[in-house]
Design a protein around this ligand. Structure first.
Ligand SMILES: Cc1cc2nc3c(=O)[nH]c(=O)nc-3n(C[C@H](O)[C@H](O)[C@H](O)COP(=O)(O)OP(=O)(O)OC[C@H]3O[C@@H](n4cnc5c(N)ncnc54)[C@H](O)[C@@H]3O)c2cc1C
Length: 398
């Protein structure tokens, strides 16, 4: 049975919370995960699970490249391949202007010593993606990229974390955090989710007390991380994303890589089960207070249009499900990873702005470095909270 003495409280039972908890526990820390609903309830359970370094911002590229190496060995971390397939990610150009932009990026990367992206011509594009529309003239490619299965990933991280000694408390809503000497006192409402919403084994992990005192806190509360940060004195302007997804009926195998289009919102792939999984950042309507989001069919139709423009053969397939998921978005679309500005012992990991799945293994490792040794060699320099607090944008804060 679990003890109530912990070194680290991780707020948020998404993949980032679980990854940090797992790696901290293996490094010898006693860790509890406090999750308001249930593990994977929000972005991590709604994710398209693309594992991509292609077109990454330079501010997070080195971190993403290290994470990619970890994905290629993900079994070493969580004892399961998480459904990860490295069939490549491809960004298609429909017009000469788009191809020039891709070529410029790849040549800039080469100049800086990066070799993970390359340009392919129309013939090579058709060889790799035979179903692509003939109007596409070339693409950039990151051949070692791919995609995973988000639910299998959640199950693997959860299982490994618990096997490493992490205590997971679901139905546990963090309401207030106060400094108490060198420690942090966390007040929780464990009645937030009714017993009937939790399965029998999960119910064992419900919080026995409403207050917990710990020296270290990890804020991995996803779309609500700004609220947690404000509780410890960090006012970080954040916006909310409600990215939408479309899933089709099962089809015969037609595509292996994940395909996006330069200048349009599309991410297109086929799952191992044969369903097409179509996203790309089209936005629904978020409601943070209700902890939900709504799909906008009119906007989603733009994604369907982009998909059928690129793959005319899917024009008449059936759509079986659509959804949207909540996530925090920063002004510069880069996450916040690192120490809180005004709260010693508190560490932030949020604001992934629609592309945090790929960063899951490495951010957990970076947070572990910071908490266990006080510093990290990992490339989080551009991801500090201060950058957003120093120049708050009225548009983002609105
Ligand atoms: C539709 C969609 C598609 C995506 N596709 C991709 C992709 O292809 N590739 C990619 O790299 N990324 C993708 N992402 C982004 C990626 O899924 C997220 O960046 C990642 O899952 C974030 O994980 P997280 O643990 O930070 O957040 P979450 O999974 O949202 O977890 C945060 C948790 O904190 C809990 N919480 C909040 N407040 C409190 C509180 N007060 N007390 C206790 N618990 C609290 C919430 O209940 C939640 O479970 C996508 C996201 C969405 C929504």
């Amino acid at each position: 049975m679990s003890s109530d003495v912990f070194d680290v409280a991780v707020i948020g039972g998404g993949l980032h919370g679980l990854s940090a908890a797992l790696q901290l526990s293996r490094a010898g820390k006693r860790v509890v995960v406090l999750e308001r609903a249930w593990v994977g309830r929000h972005a991590s359970g709604a994710s398209a699970a693309g594992v991509r370094t292609l077109n990454r911002d330079m501010g997070e590229l080195d971190l993403a490249l290290e994470s990619m190496e970890m994905w290629h060995n993900i079994g070493l971390l969580v004892g399961d391949d998480c459904g990860f397939n490295a069939h490549g990610q491809i960004c298609v150009a429909e017009h000469p202007d788009s191809l020039s932009k891709l070529e410029e990026r790849v040549s800039r990367l080469r100049g800086l010593g990066y070799t993970h992206e390359a340009i392919i011509d129309a013939r090579e594009l058709r060889r790799r993606v035979p179903a692509i529309s003939p109007h596409c003239i070339g693409a950039s490619i990151a051949p070692d990229n791919g995609a995973a299965d988000p639910h299998r990933t959640l199950a693997a991280f959860r299982r490994s974390a618990q096997a490493a000694g992490v205590v997971i408390r679901e139905g546990c809503d963090v309401r207030r955090i106060e400094q108490r000497g060198q420690d942090w006192s966390i007040e929780m409402d464990s009645a937030a989710v009714t017993d009937s919403a939790l399965s029998g084994s999960q119910a064992h992990d419900r919080a026995p007390t409403s207050t917990l005192v710990v020296p270290f806190v990890v804020n991995a509360a996803g779309a609500w991380s700004g609220r947690i940060a404000a509780m410890v004195g960090d006012d970080i302007p954040l916006d909310t994303k409600a990215s939408m997804m479309i899933v089709s009926e099962r089809l015969a195998p037609m595509i292996e890589p994940v395909v996006s289009i330069m200048g349009r919102s599309l991410s297109f792939k086929q799952s191992d089960q044969g369903t097409l999984v179509i996203g790309g950042g089209l936005q629904g309507i978020p409601d943070l207070d209700a902890e939900t989001s709504a799909v906008r069919m009119g906007v989603l139709s733009k994604g369907a249009r982009a998909a059928t423009d690129l793959f005319p053969c899917v024009r008449d397939i059936r759509i079986v499900r659509v959804w949207s998921g909540l996530e925090a978005k920063t002004e510069d679309m880069l996450p916040v990873v690192g120490a809180a500005v005004n709260a010693p012992g508190v560490f932030h990991a949020f604001g992934y702005s629609g592309h945090g799945f790929q960063l899951v293994p490495v951010v957990g490792a970076a947070l572990t470095d910071l908490i266990v040794s006080g510093s990290t060699r990992r490339a989080i320099g551009a991801l500090n909270a201060q950058r957003l607090m120093a120049t708050p944008s009225a548009e983002v804060a609105a």
